[in-house]
Design a protein around this ligand. Sequence first.
Ligand SMILES: NC(=O)c1ccc[n+]([C@@H]2O[C@H](COP(=O)([O-])OP(=O)(O)OC[C@H]3O[C@@H](n4cnc5c(N)ncnc54)[C@H](OP(=O)(O)O)[C@@H]3O)[C@@H](O)[C@H]2O)c1
Length: 297
Amino acid sequence: MWTNTYPKELLTMTTILVTGATGRVGRHVVQGLLEAGVDVRALVRNPLLAGLPSEVEVAAGDIYDPAAVERAASEVDAAFLLWPSYSAEGAEAVVAALTKQVSRVVYLSSLNVNDEQPAASGVWGEIEVLLADTDWTFLRPGGFMVNTQEWADDIRTGDVVRMPAPGAGRSLIHERDIATVAVRALLDDKHVGQKYPLTGPEVLTQAEQIAVLGDVLGKPIRVEELSADEARQAMVDQGVDPSFADGALAYWSSLVDSPEPVTDTVASLLGRPALTYRTWAEEHADEFRVAPAPDII
Ligand SMILES: NC(=O)c1ccc[n+]([C@@H]2O[C@H](COP(=O)([O-])OP(=O)(O)OC[C@H]3O[C@@H](n4cnc5c(N)ncnc54)[C@H](OP(=O)(O)O)[C@@H]3O)[C@@H](O)[C@H]2O)c1
């Protein structure tokens, strides 16, 4: 249930551009903005497949096409920017096109950005640098709870999940919390120039996340630890870049002894605790259940 309590009489924004509007965070951003009473324009690649609420004005176009982004941003008051690639190639021209039209940008960045060296902090930091002359707000979430959907096939079809580093301590965040913060930031200029490190309310190891899922689903689920070599091979077989796989494995292994931090940003901005993994698991339980067989007549 969406609970946007922003006072409508204080709204100064009329139209807001949302990129990534069909994604896991973006759909919640769209919903929150509509409920706050502003007009939403969404940049989408395929309007027929977008499945957005009918009130949304759909602008067809590709985020990597500066002309399409400039058209989509015409006469909007603010933009929610999501860059879907792990490379910043082409981002400079796109950011220039966007900011020709709109100076207020709320960018979905990452907790990975290091303020000492943003340009060396991966694609997220590179884009933050490109946005330096705008009226920016940087949302810097850690890992999303929805990433754990990767276990859904194993849990639907069996009772074992194989993973590296089951003891890795994560402070995963609910995607809706990121979106709720984004909506607040888009609607109120007091968030200009703010960098928000966003996490969930607690650290849970990966094994503890599986235990929560098992509890919610009412079924015991075992965890089997994969060695780093086995996990690397499985990732590479699924098309993951080998150097990315190595980096991810080293990171997860480091979290066994040094779990991720927990920030209180969501609670202090929203005035309520960040949503828990149990809440996420309850909302997504059906994705981890076997679909009932259709009745045969
Ligand atoms: N997952 C994490 O743990 C994590 C942590 C920190 C930061 N992030 C960042 O969060 C962002 C992903 O957010 P998300 O999970 O909400 O997204 P998502 O569910 O992966 O969806 C991606 C969105 O981008 C759109 N998109 C992809 N390519 C496009 C293109 N060429 N032109 C226009 N739109 C395009 C997709 O639209 P279509 O409907 O056209 O596919 C979709 O709306 C990324 O920037 C990621 O780096 C993720």
